[in-house]
Design a protein around this ligand. Structure first.
Ligand code: SAM
Length: 282
């Protein structure tokens, strides 16, 4: 390969993606092939084919989702809030360019309208084309793609959505403001009076401060707030947190979970809020 894409290294004869955004830790993936690589207006976008994780979406050198484990994250960020809300009709996904969360939300017949507000059209386009294991054949007429800044979108909407899913990248670049108090205040106001939201709140081990800050914002705004976790091997440390903020609903339905999924099932739905001791007091 003559033009080595940014963030890739040749080590001996092999091509590696080396994630080195942390000072003292590097995570590396051996890469078979570069499927797509380009700089968008917002970030550097790659689809790589890796040996262990299959195809992966990489933004600014950081793995976002992969064919092997993308379903774990996307099912957990979507089915928990959509199961807790008794009648979700209008759903907003902020970020989520790999389309995995929208794909899961479309499994609910009662959902009438899904707005997906993604800042970077290139991410959606390449995931639909080159990452089918995550994006699926997402062509559901209820999904409306809006290419805009999620922060600006929620500022405009009042009392509009039943469920908001914040599927953002790490708090750097365009996603930085998606971890700030004002954003969550606007989310609160964009939700109907019994609405609820969920966001990915980073690693409880490696991003403790960001997680605690996010939980604090949500706690200040919503009477009901809960952390849940899942294991997503490609995120640093594997152990990942999500935070739910709800104006009213918190109970799960009595009927068993019945969506066709690969990770979430009824038992996971009912136990994911059980936390290890160091997180229980949050
Ligand atoms: N599951 C992933 C994770 O936790 O690493 C997140 C994946 S998803 C691909 C994140 C998306 O958020 C990216 O496609 C990025 O372009 C989008 N994004 C970042 N900042 C945004 C903003 N301000 N408004 C809307 N979308 C944004």
């Amino acid at each position: 390969m003559n033009d080595m894409p940014k963030f890739l290294q040749r080590i001996n004869q092999d091509l590696w993606l080396v994630e080195d955004e942390r000072e003292n830790m590097k995570i590396s993936y051996r890469i078979k092939d570069v499927i797509f690589s380009a700089q968008s207006e917002f970030q550097h976008v790659m689809i790589l084919d890796s040996y262990d994780f299959g195809r992966m979406l990489v933004l600014d050198g950081v793995v976002q989702t992969t064919s092997l484990d993308g379903h774990i994250y996307n099912e957990m960020i979507t089915h928990i809030p959509l199961s807790i809300h008794p009648n979700p009709e209008r759903v907003l996904i902020i970020g989520g360019g790999d389309c995995g969360a929208a794909r899961e939300a479309a499994k609910y017949d009662g959902v009438k309208h899904i707005d997906m507000v993604e800042i970077d059209e290139m991410v959606v386009k390449v995931c639909k084309e080159h990452l089918p294991a995550v994006s699926g054949n997402l062509a559901d007429p209820r999904v409306h793609f809006i290419y805009a800044d999620g922060m600006e979108h929620v500022k405009e909407m009042k009392n509009h959505y039943d469920v908001i899913i914040v599927d953002s990248s790490d708090p750097i670049g365009p996603a930085k403001q998606l971890f700030e108090y004002d954003f969550y205040r606007n989310i609160h106001d964009a939700l109907k009076e019994d609405g609820l939201m969920v966001c990915q709140s980073q690693s409880p081990l490696f991003h403790r401060e960001i997680m605690e800050q996010t939980v604090k914002h949500i706690k200040q705004l919503f009477p009901i707030h809960k952390i849940y976790t899942a294991t997503v091997p490609t995120y640093p440390g594997g152990f990942w947190s999500f935070t739910l903020g709800s104006k009213k609903h918190q109970a799960l339905p009595e009927e068993p979970f019945n969506k066709k999924t690969k990770y979430v099932n009824d038992a996971i739905l009912r136990t994911c809020f059980e936390l290890p001791e160091f997180l229980r007091t949050k």
